[in-house]
Design a protein around this ligand. Structure first.
Ligand SMILES: Nc1nc2c(c(=O)[nH]1)N[C@H]1C(S)=C(S)[C@@H](COP(=O)(O)OP(=O)(O)OC[C@H]3O[C@@H](n4cnc5c(=O)[nH]c(N)nc54)[C@H](O)[C@@H]3O)O[C@H]1N2
Ligand SMILES: Nc1nc2c(c(=O)[nH]1)N[C@H]1C(S)=C(S)[C@@H](COP(=O)(O)OP(=O)(O)OC[C@H]3O[C@@H](n4cnc5c(=O)[nH]c(N)nc54)[C@H](O)[C@@H]3O)O[C@H]1N2
Ligand code: SF4
Ligand SMILES: [Mo]
Length: 813
């Protein structure tokens, strides 16, 4: 094995410092286990950063990766997941044949049998109950070509309003906040702004762990001449927070109060850009009035952040000449998600710090391809950032697809994922097709999700590469080819489109998601209104060409892109068209935003209720290209600690794992670096509850219970944190998934679930005791144990010893 650096022990590698006057230097990271006989162009698919790379292939197998020096996104660098995650492609337990549940057990079947069953059930259910009984729950991890094909199947083939993805759990708030402020999804700024900015602010975003290569970019500025100031807003002392000039640690769920306080200080300091506000925004006066009462002292009361720290951050924000803000799950999955994310936009608008070098907003994505789920309309949105409330936009799609206007669901807001699951629970959705997501670990309140998946009257299709906790509960499992085994494109946070090519054949009979969707469309015989096939393409390139037409003239214009252009050595940021043949670094450089009533992607929603603004109301006050400034008052989180459940609970990620670890858990270097879940608690709370480092701790909420090792320190008293990566596939011996405890609540605007707060109690758990006789707990274990077939047996025998030796878990920020 050769590697250019040890990314497990040295996550970010050696510094290549530079100042604002120089561009980010190259550094090529590589990890191979054998000498490749060829290299194939790829792009890392293990977070939203979208790092360019080459995939090394020997004898038809992937043997490593190396960063792409010429790519604007990473200039050759890769993080621990990027360098090691590919190992999972070669895992022994990949799904290689379709499975159908017969006599209660999942059994191997041919593709014909599996697809015929899926098609027969679809047709029966549509016939008996209309296409409103069919739901799709997709991902932020497929490729653009796959999503667009799925979107056309769902919206113009079946005509179901029930399409969404795990992007609802991930970046629905990013989209909502961009739409509410600027009229359309799409990041105003670019990663390049970080190379030149004076100040960086991370709000609820642990970039050091979660976008390690983006953090390398920031570390290189921090190590160079005239480093930027860094403001970090996170209740935990994360790796990111450790480097902060000012670290504000608010109580979970209080972002709006803190951001209002910061905006108030900027206004008080006389730092507003009056000319910009007058020329390019509407709504400033209401914001000024709303934030008036958020004095540093009141903010301290509401958030727990000392008033002097609020002032220190306010001083930086009022004086900096440039500012890049990033926002992620500490906002999107917390109380008042959209309202808080919008206050970050407001801060930039008030200071006029947008659309200029060094000033940008990154309403971050998390998953590698979630931008494309949103762009193509494979989620609740309409393709090309079109507005479901605007009849002209629907007509454009009907014309493009040659279907009747009324085939395309647009009579009410699209169904969001939490509602899709609710309809499955109540029985009105009877067919649920899940692709590339593992809801039995990732959705809130898992006891409920397992019950829904097991319902007799819900037909569940799961399309995955591994026998996940969700796949085990399916009626049909379709084995998918993954990254490295198929070609397609996807777009990162910085709007940069990359291509990732097929390097090797998928294992066994596994097929790309695109091929599965195309097969389904053929078997369903979807037609346009002239009787021609609705889906007019039969490969990725064809799907990409069709997508380009769908984006013509839209904000996310792809018409100037080709696969050849994307293979030339770097990703390219959209819009790419005749006017911008080489792509577009920054949006809104002229201060004009796509908010006009004819172009806007939304007419907006009320932050408290989620009520949609009507087309008539919007037209009556048409902002005509000005950005919208929308204020919000602080609200208490929906569940707060009390006598019975006295601690705040929050969840998040670790650097070495991706989500439910289907890939990173099968990459030995990563799995060994972070072998198990834990509960992080403060020294004070450890003392109060008589808990020592590595003790087992029982963590209980009103919805469930888990047992985790104690990890003490780097967190505020009164708050406990559990990484949510760990389900039961490799260890069914104890309940440990954080989502056993989380709430079924969501943001009224973006509908993103609230994973970042709940009330819990903790106690030291003596491993010698029997497992507590709790329905909730035994259900977790049953679900893991009752799983059928050889995969289930493997998992059960994997590591069932409960009182294992103490973990070698790394302390991770
Ligand atoms: N290593 C790794 N990287 C990943 C992923 C992964 O699984 N592993 N997943 C990718 C995906 S899909 C996503 S969405 C991103 C997520 O990336 P992040 O959003 O950075 O990750 P999280 O750990 O979920 O949450 C960020 C922080 O929010 C803080 N927080 C909790 N509650 C609050 C609050 O009320 N206010 C504030 N201000 N902060 C709060 C937590 O302490 C946590 O440190 O990461 C991407 N990158
Ligand atoms: N408590 C708590 N819960 C959370 C979060 C949190 O912070 N706290 N974060 C939420 C967020 S931001 C996210 S993004 C979600 C993620 O949650 P999930 O989407 O459930 O997580 P993954 O483990 O990434 O699941 C993706 C699945 O797709 C499969 N897969 C990978 N590539 C392909 C492919 O090309 N085709 C097919 N068919 N399958 C493929 C993988 O094997 C895996 O099973 O979790 C959410 N849940
Ligand atoms: S930062 Fe994200 S995209 Fe880049 S190597 Fe790491 S996981 Fe992959
Ligand atoms: Mo995510």
């Amino acid at each position: 094995m050769t590697q250019t650096r040890d990314s497990i022990n040295d996550i970010w590698g050696a510094r290549t410092p530079h100042g604002a006057d120089a561009s980010w230097p190259e550094r090529v990271d590589e990890h191979i286990t054998d000498t490749p006989d060829r290299w194939v162009r790829g792009t890392c698919v293990l977070c939203s950063n979208g790092c360019g790379l080459d995939i090394g292939v020997k004898d038809g197998r992937i043997v490593g990766v190396r960063g792409l020096a010429t790519d604007v996104t990473n200039k050759g660098r890769l993080g621990p997941k990027g360098l090691h995650g590919w190992v999972a492609n070669n895992a022994e337990d990949r799904l290689t044949r379709p499975l159908i549940r017969r006599d209660g057990r999942l059994q191997e079947a041919t593709w014909d049998e599996a697809m015929e069953l899926v098609v027969r059930r679809s047709k029966e259910i549509v016939e008996q109950h209309t296409s409103g009984a069919v739901g799709f729950y997709t991902s932020g991890q497929l490729f653009l070509e796959e999503y667009y094909t799925l979107a056309v199947i769902g919206k113009a083939g079946l005509g179901t309003p029930h399409m969404d993805g795990n992007t609802r759990l991930c970046t629905a708030t990013a989209a909502a906040a961009l739409k509410e402020s600027f009229g359309s999804d799409g990041q105003p700024g670019a990663y390049e702004d970080l190379d030149v900015t004076d100040t960086i602010m991370h709000v609820g975003h642990n970039v050091a762990s979660q976008q390690t290569v983006l953090w390398m970019r920031i570390l290189d500025r921090l190590a160079g001449p005239n480093p930027p100031k860094l403001i970090v807003i996170d209740p935990r002392r994360t790796f990111t927070a450790e480097k902060a000039t000012v670290h504000l640690a608010p109580r979970v769920g209080t972002n709006v109060a803190l951001l209002n306080g910061l905006i108030r200080l900027v206004i008080e300091a006389g730092a507003v850009d009056r000319d910009f506000l007058d020329a390019h925004t509407v709504g400033y006066d209401a914001l000024k009035k709303t934030v008036e009462t958020y004095t540093p002292e009141r903010v301290e009361e509401l958030t727990g952040v000392p008033a002097r720290d609020v002032r220190a951050a306010g001083e930086i924000l009022a004086t900096t000449r440039t500012l890049v803000s990033t926002v992620l799950q500490g906002v999107y999955q917390s109380m008042q998600a959209t309202a808080a994310a919008v206050q970050v936009n407001n801060l930039h608008l008030v200071r006029g710090l947008i659309g200029k070098p060094g000033s940008g907003i990154l309403q971050m994505n998390g998953q590698p391809t979630s931008q494309n789920t949103r762009e193509t309309g494979a989620d609740g949105d309409l393709p090309g950032f079109r507005n479901w409330g605007n009849p002209d936009h629907i007509r454009q799609l009907a014309k493009l697809w040659n279907v009747p206007v009324n085939k395309i669901p647009h009579w009410s807001p699209p169904t969001h994922a939490m509602q899709i699951w609710r309809y499955c629970e109540t029985g009105s959705i009877k067919f649920l097709w899940i692709q590339a997501t593992n809801p039995a670990v990732s959705l809130p309140e898992l006891g409920r999700i397992r019950r829904i998946l097991q319902k007799e009257d819900l037909f569940v299709v799961v399309q995955d590469a591994f026998m996940t906790e969700t796949a085990r509960l399916a009626d049909v499992v379709l084995p998918a080819a993954i990254w490295g085994e198929k070609t397609g494109t996807f777009t990162n946070v910085s709007r940069t489109v990359h291509i990732s090519c097929k390097a090797v054949e998928p294992p066994g009979e596994a097929r790309s998601d695109l091929d599965i969707f195309l097969d389904y469309a053929r078997r369903m015989d979807f037609r346009d209104q002239d009787g021609s096939p609705l889906i007019r393409w039969d490969d990725a390139r064809g799907a990409f060409e069709a997508w380009k037409e769908c984006t013509r003239g839209r904000p996310c214009d792809y018409t100037g892109l080709t696969y050849e252009k994307l293979l030339a050595g770097s990703g390219i940021p959209w819009p790419v068209n005749e006017r911008h043949p080489d792509g577009t670094l920054r949006l809104y450089t002229d201060g004009v935003f796509p908010t006009g009533a004819d172009e806007a992607e939304t007419y907006g929603q009320d932050f408290d209720t989620g009520a949609s603004v009507t087309a008539e109301e919007y037209r009556a006050n048409d902002p005509k290209g000005r950005a919208l400034i929308k204020p919000a008052e602080h609200q208490e989180p929906h569940e707060v600690p009390d006598d019975a459940y006295p601690l705040w609970f929050t969840t998040g990620r670790q650097v070495y794992h991706f989500h439910t670890r289907t890939k990173t858990g099968r990459a030995r270097a990563l799995a060994e670096a972070a072998p198990d879940a834990f509960v992080q608690l403060s020294q004070e709370d450890a003392q109060r509850y008589g808990i020592e480092q590595d003790d087992w701790v029982l963590v209980e909420s009103r919805r469930g219970a888990i047992i985790e090792r104690a990890r003490i320190g780097n967190i505020e008293p009164g708050l406990v944190f559990v990484p949510w990566h760990y389900g039961s596939w490799d260890d069914p011996s104890r309940p440990r998934a954080a989502n056993e405890l989380t709430l079924t609540e969501w943001d009224p605007v973006s509908k993103q679930p609230h994973y970042k707060y709940a009330a819990v109690r903790i106690s030291r758990y003596d491993a010698k005791d029997a497992l507590p006789p709790m329905g909730l707990m035994s259900r977790t274990i049953d679900a893991a144990r009752g799983l059928i077939g050889r995969h289930g047996d493997e998992a059960a025998s994997a590591k069932s010893e409960f009182a294992r030796p103490k973990t070698t878990q790394r302390v991770d920020g």
